[in-house]
Structures are given as C-alpha cells and as structure tokens.
Write a protein that binds this ligand. Structure first.
Ligand SMILES: N[C@@H](CCC(=O)N[C@@H](CS)C(=O)NCC(=O)O)C(=O)O
Length: 195
C-alpha cells in the first residue's frame, strides 16, 4: 500500500496515526495537491490528500474512508463495526474533520493577499471552529477511548496549535487542552509531526 500525503495536512496525519495504531505501515509518498503539474489528479480526481493506493492498484480516498478501510483490514479496532458506539465514534470523527474543514480553508484565506481575503468567510470559519471547540470541551469526558473519533479530534486540535497558535483556543477550554496533551504523548503522534 502507498499513502499519498502532505506533512502539514491534518487529514493526512489522521490516516498516518490510524495506520500506526493498527500496526500498518503503508509506503509514504509526498504530494502537494495544490501544484498543477504533479499528475496527482489521475490518482485521486478530487485532487486532495490523503489517498491510499492499494497493492492491486485500487485507490481509496477521503480520510474517513481510508481510516475505515485500514481499520476493517486490521480487524475493526478503532471503529466499532456496528451498534450505537459506531455512530458515536463516527459523529466524533465528523466533529474533528469539521474542525479541519473550517481551519484549513481559513488558513488558505488568510494567506491570500489582504485585498482578496473575505472577512465574511473568515468569520464563518471561526464561528464553526468556536462552536466545535465548545462542544468538545463540554463533552471531553467522552473522549477517553482511542478510536478514529478521538484521533481525528487530536489531529484537528494540533493543527490549530500549528497554524493558529495566536488564537489561544485553549484559554477557555482547559479540559480539552489537558486531554490533547495526553493524546500527543502517544508514539503514533510523536512519529507524525505536522510540518
Ligand atoms: N475530505 C477530505 C479533505 C482533504 C483535504 O482537504 N486535504 C487538503 C490538504 S489539508 C488538500 O488536499 N487540499 C488541496 C486542495 O484543496 O486543492 C479528506 O478527509 O481527506
């Protein structure tokens, strides 16, 4: 298996952490999906990272799909195969992914020339981020297990530290910060720094 990934991408990190936690080691191939001339679109027509190319040439993409593929391959250890718990973990993953889905385009927006930036869009991204962070802080006691949900949330929060440290998201969310510190001690996170 080969994983196309990008070092600053929180979605890529999520998949890499999941793979490591499952004892899987796909080959890694760096790609910058924003470059025009990589030919990456022939692998993933959505043109986003990550993508997982299987040994038989099939391609799995969108990080939740890749995580589920890896997890099922390894015996469903990070996403319950059925039952209520499955939906709880999937919704938690959607919260983590949703935080990335607001933070990543916010980052793109604020790195555009100032006259091209949309303040309205930035405000919408920030609202979404604040709402998700508040929800996570209020439900932090539900983040005890290691699963695709908690991995997604930890990757999203560490992306905020990486790109938006000045926000100080943890000032009003100390329980979430404490929880994140514990997660980031895991070897799978230490081995996959954003960069
Ligand atoms: N829903 C996708 C989102 C992936 C995504 O947005 N990746 C970003 C990098 S962090 C990307 O490839 N951006 C390239 C682009 O938008 O052209 C997933 O979960 O894999």
């Amino acid at each position: 298996m080969k994983l196309y990934y990008s070092p600053p991408s929180p979605y890529s990190r999520k998949v890499r952490v999941v793979a490591l936690e499952l004892g899987l080691a796909p080959d890694l191939e760096l790609v910058n999906a924003m470059d025009w001339d990589t030919g990456y679109g022939a692998i993933n027509p959505v043109n986003r990272v990550p993508s997982l190319v299987l040994d038989d040439g099939r391609v799995v993409f969108d990080s939740p799909v890749i995580c589920e593929y890896l997890d099922v391959s390894a015996g469903s250890r990070l996403l319950p195969f059925e039952g209520e718990e499955r939906w709880r973990v999937l919704v938690l993953q959607a919260l983590g992914d949703g935080l990335m889905d607001a933070a990543v385009p916010r980052r793109h927006e604020v790195t555009r020339p100032i006259e091209q930036q949309s303040l309205e869009r930035i405000k919408l991204y920030c609202r979404s981020m604040d709402q998700i962070l508040d929800r996570l802080e209020s439900e932090v006691d539900q983040l005890s297990a290691l699963d695709v949900g908690t991995i997604s949330v930890a990757c999203a929060l560490s992306y905020l530290d990486f790109r938006f440290a000045a926000d100080g998201w943890d000032v009003t969310r100390p329980k979430l910060r404490k929880w994140l510190s514990g997660m980031l001690c895991r070897w799978s996170f230490v081995a996959t720094p954003l960069g």
